[in-house]
Unconditional design. Structure first.
Lengths: 658, 313
């Protein structure tokens, strides 16, 4: 009994291990322990959540650029009536690719990636839970995206929209492999999304630093926790849907074939049961970022912490009960529709409460600092609110049946998604860029980029409301001159050009600042959360010593914090596992070292996924390499244990595959 | 803008109700947006100026709660208004209504005027004539994928789902020509799947209906006769129907009264002789991917077919 007590980390008032010399020695030891070595192999075997988070963010923005170019092509095509710039077939592929890219390869991965980078730092952990699985999820995401774009350039891009309604995407009307490519891309992103969500939940629940009880968690961490649960509950629905679709197409099942007892509307239910929560999966992390930035700018904690958390949770719950508002025109019974009208309208309340709390926070700021990140967040009150209000309109069945599937809806969800997620995200990137890279982004260029985006965005999407009211449907590759829609469309296209310029300016800012930006200290914005307590960029082990907290704004109330925790090993990778509610120390847990197996397993899985859209037997034969890769992954070896003590120098193949 | 297809220029009772609802919601939402924007701007100005505003947490909480309650009451009012209007839209079915079955196809509309007497049924395509002031009930079917029938000036949309039958009720209150369009993405030529709705005064509508019950007139000139022969013996009859001739295909629009319709290719082009000639000789250049292959007619055959089709008023 006594012996077990001894092994537990203890709070120590004064410890020789906390004196600066000792700390310096410990830090250099930790540097070696958490080092992944050098060389290409080490790069491929990377398991540090910060490196993977960075790759996720950069890759997702790469897909954002591709999706944006597709949007620009659509805006060129629609700038004039009867335009022949794009053929109908290419246009249909492009709008499907644009939606699929933005939803599955940008919006969801990038917000999860922000969580991957920031959450362990914010909760004061040395690593993320399951770092190898996290690496696997990144490779799956990357390969899925590459697969989609390779198929697109081979003229096999999806052409049924990002929602792939059957029977249009079914075996009878979805020609070639286009719909299969879409369905299998979904499988790739499901795998990666579910893994990230699992890692985030475990990190947040079990790896918070001592003292960070649930009610002291930063709001961004709360938003990621709630989002991760939404991912875990929403994804199974699309997994079922896309698997049934592939089976209908590949092995002639009849899940969606009405002639054989299936039902095309079943697809819509399954898709939107996932698809609507998906919107909140994109939206909630952005709200978390807003809370952090607004609190930092206002130099006070956000008004109504508990209400904020409850609001986000309520959004997540209600978010699973609104999916039918995407199906109001399918002819469902009136009573059922009324229920979904009520739910869709009531989901406004939690977001409204958060908005009021933010306004209250700004109102009572202690000398509000209008920084560039704050500008992005503040635009929420002007842009997102428009999208939210048109959302209220769309929840009304009679009105929805008029404007559903028109440009009004296109305007609505761009206001919601760009205003509610992309603006805060760009602000968030601006805010955490110094933490990630060690250098500040340029403020002047940032302001130029923000205002260009603000103007360009409204110029592009506001006219679309009017187009929708005047009857312009979505997903049309052209429209007749006689309808008189061309002026507003031209205006929208001009706006799109301005958005393009603004994002280019943002990119230039990043490139210039990476080299010449002002060197940021640990905490350039004077923020309150733990990620600002370590160097910029943070060391591979994030923190030494392990910090403890006694407040929800630990850096603003550092005097309250109990002394740091000592007792975590410095000569092997160890993290502190704490109890769920109050984050009291529980036990030390070894973290695995770098490994090439996640990459190998991801390659094997990708081969199986791609093979399976061409041959049903691909599922069987393709599973064998995955099995072998997983055996290698989990095979206990001596080298594996050695790797937990860090990699010295260049990493070798045999080390990486131990 | 032409307002041929506009939600806020209603021409019937249903669309008028929805348009009314739109203006109410527009008013409420504009007010809310302005209120939030002003509050945010004031907050930023005060927050920026004051070194510290000493507002106790409890008072901020009270204000937030007040705003939350106000929001909730507004939202409940919106739900109420929406449900009330939804219910009144649903009560507008009438037993003496005109019944029309619309069957959607990639990418055109088959239109059939129901009548218990089969010989009194009228089949046409891509153009619907309705009487002003009388409710019209549509039975909506689909032959292939999901489509959506949407005539904004008259009524909101309802999908045409394969394997299901949906209903749409509307009534035109003033005569005019309105445009409708497929509103559910249905594949390659979704953009060119429109239809024309002509609301006629009742007597004019009856005249149109009677005229459309007649079979195609017999050809008069030798060239028209030749055109009919080409249609009957050539590829056209495989897909198209012309009542009173041997052409009886059911997979393409009924041509019995083609000359009386205003557009071709489901609203793609106007129905004039030049466009018709262009359409017949190469339908794929006008609406790429549509199901009509170029029939490969010689130019004299084409002229004969045009001459015949022109008589099908």
């Amino acid at each position: 009994m006594m012996a077990r007590e001894e092994k537990k980390p203890r709070l120590v008032e004064r410890d020789t291990r906390l004196e600066s010399d000792a700390l310096g020695r410990e830090r250099s030891l930790l540097d070696a322990t958490w080092s992944n070595g050098r060389g290409l192999i080490a790069w491929m075997a990377e398991t540090d959540h910060k490196a993977i988070g960075r790759r996720y963010i950069v890759t997702a923005f790469g897909f954002f650029a591709l999706g944006g170019i597709l949007a620009a092509l659509m805006r060129i095509q629609l700038a004039r009536p009867e335009n022949t710039f794009l053929s109908p077939d290419l246009y249909n592929q492009i709008f499907s690719m644009h939606g699929t890219t933005m939803m599955f390869l940008f919006a969801v991965p990038v917000v999860l990636a922000m969580g991957v980078y920031l959450v362990p730092l914010m909760v004061g952990a040395r690593s993320m839970a399951f770092p190898r699985m996290l690496a696997y999820s990144y490779w799956m995401f990357l390969f899925g995206g590459i697969f989609l774009y390779v198929m697109f350039f081979l003229n096999t891009g999806p052409d049924n929209g990002w929602f792939s309604y059957v029977p249009l995407a079914g075996p009878e009307f979805g020609y070639g492999k286009r719909a299969d490519v879409w369905a299998q891309l979904i499988t790739f992103t499901e795998v990666s999304g579910l893994i990230v969500a699992t890692c985030l939940v475990c990190t947040i629940f079990k790896m918070r630093t001592p003292g960070m009880s649930l009610h002291r968690m930063p709001l961004f961490v709360w938003s990621m926790l709630i989002t991760s649960f939404m991912v875990i509950f929403a994804m199974p629905s699309i997994i079922i849907a896309s698997t049934c679709l592939i089976m209908d197409r590949l092995i002639s099942t009849h899940f969606f074939n009405q002639a054989e007892g299936g039902d095309p509307l079943l697809w819509q239910h399954l898709f939107w049961f996932f698809g609507h929560p998906e919107v909140y999966i994109i939206f909630l992390p952005a709200l978390g970022m807003m809370s952090e930035v607004i609190s930092t700018s206002a130099r006070r904690k956000v008004v109504g912490y508990t209400e904020m958390v409850l609001s986000m949770s309520a959004t997540a719950f209600i978010g699973f009960g609104v999916w039918v508002h995407h199906m109001f025109s399918t002819g469902l019974p009136q009573l059922g529709q009324s229920f979904f009208t009520a739910a869709s309208i009531m989901i406004v309340i939690p977001t409204a409460i958060q908005t009021f709390n933010w306004i209250g926070t700004i109102w009572t700021a202690r000398r509000l600092q209008i920084t560039v990140p704050f500008l992005y967040m503040a635009s929420f009150f002007f842009i997102f609110i428009i999208g939210g209000l048109t959302g209220v309109m769309l929840a009304s069945v009679p009105l929805d049946r008029q404007v559903h599937d028109t440009f009004f809806v296109v305007a609505h969800f761009h206001y919601v998604l760009i205003g509610g997620s992309t603006f805060p995200l760009l602000g968030g990137i601006f805010f955490w860029f110094p933490k990630i890279t060690g250098r500040m982004l340029n403020r002047r260029i940032g302001q130029v980029s923000f205002w260009l985006l603000f103007v360009g965005f409204n110029l592009t999407f506001f006219p679309m409301h009017l187009l929708g009211l005047d009857g312009m449907p979505r997903r049309v590759y052209t429209y007749p001159t006689s309808m008189g829609w061309h002026n507003l469309n031209l205006l929208a296209s001009v706006g799109a050009a301005i958005i393009f310029v603004s994002l280019l300016v943002y990119l230039v800012n990043i490139i210039v600042s990476l080299r010449h930006g002002v060197v940021a200290g640990e905490n350039p914005w004077g923020a309150s959360t733990l990620e600002w307590a370590t160097t910029s960029p943070p060391p591979p082990y994030n923190f030494a010593p392990q910090l403890t907290v006694a407040s929800s704004e630990p850096l603003w109330h550092s005097e309250l914090a109990p002394p740091p925790i000592v007792g975590l090993a410095a000569d092997k990778r160890e993290v502190l596992v704490t109890y769920l509610l109050d984050a009291e120390p529980d036990h030390r847990y070894p973290m695995p070292g770098p490994s090439l197996w996640p990459l190998v397993a991801a390659v094997a899985t990708s081969v199986m996924f791609v093979w399976s859209i061409f041959q049903a037997w691909g599922v069987v034969w393709g599973s064998i390499p995955i099995f072998l890769a997983l055996v290698g992954w989990f095979w206990p070896t001596k080298t594996k244990e050695r790797l937990e003590q860090g990699v010295r120098g260049r990493m070798t193949v045999s080390e990486s595959l131990s | 803008m032409s307002h041929l297809q506009s939600v806020i220029h209603p021409a019937g009772i249903q669309a008028a109700l929805v348009s009314h609802l739109w203006w109410i919601l527009f008013g409420i939402c504009t007010f809310v947006w302005v209120a939030v924007a002003i509050a945010a701007l004031i907050a930023m100005r005060r927050g920026h100026r004051a070194a510290s505003v000493d507002l106790p947490e409890s008072r901020i909480g009270r204000n937030v709660a007040f705003a939350g309650v106000a929001t909730t009451i507004t939202l409940i009012a919106i739900i109420f208004e929406s449900v009330v209007i939804g219910r009144s839209l649903n009560t507008l079915k009438a037993p003496d209504a005109l019944r029309i079955t619309v069957t959607a196809n990639q990418w055109w509309w088959d239109v059939q005027y129901e009548n218990p007497v089969p010989s009194l049924r009228v089949t046409t395509a891509n153009e619907i004539h309705i009487p002003v002031g009388r409710p019209v009930g549509f039975n909506l079917l689909s032959n292939d994928v999901i489509h959506s029938l949407w005539i904004p000036n008259l009524q909101g949309k309802i999908d045409l789902v394969p394997g299901r039958r949906n209903e749409l009720w509307l009534q035109a209150d003033r005569p005019g020509v309105y445009r409708g369009q497929c509103a559910e993405y249905c594949g390659l030529q979704h953009a060119k799947m429109a239809l024309v709705v002509v609301a006629d005064p009742p007597e004019q509508f009856e005249y149109w209906l009677t005229a459309n019950r007649a079979s195609a007139p017999a050809p008069v000139t030798p060239e028209q006769q030749r055109g009919k022969d080409v249609i009957e013996k050539g590829p056209c009859a495989m897909c198209h129907t012309i009542t009173g001739t041997l052409a009886g295909g059911r997979t393409a629009p009924d041509l019995t009264h083609i000359a009386s319709r205003s557009t071709l290719g489901a609203g793609s082009i106007p129905n004039t002789q030049g466009y018709l000639a262009g359409w017949i000789s190469d339908p794929q250049s006008i609406k790429p991917g549509n199901r009509m292959p170029p029939p490969g007619l010689a130019s004299d055959e084409l002229q004969a077919v045009l001459a015949y089709l022109e008589t099908l008023k």
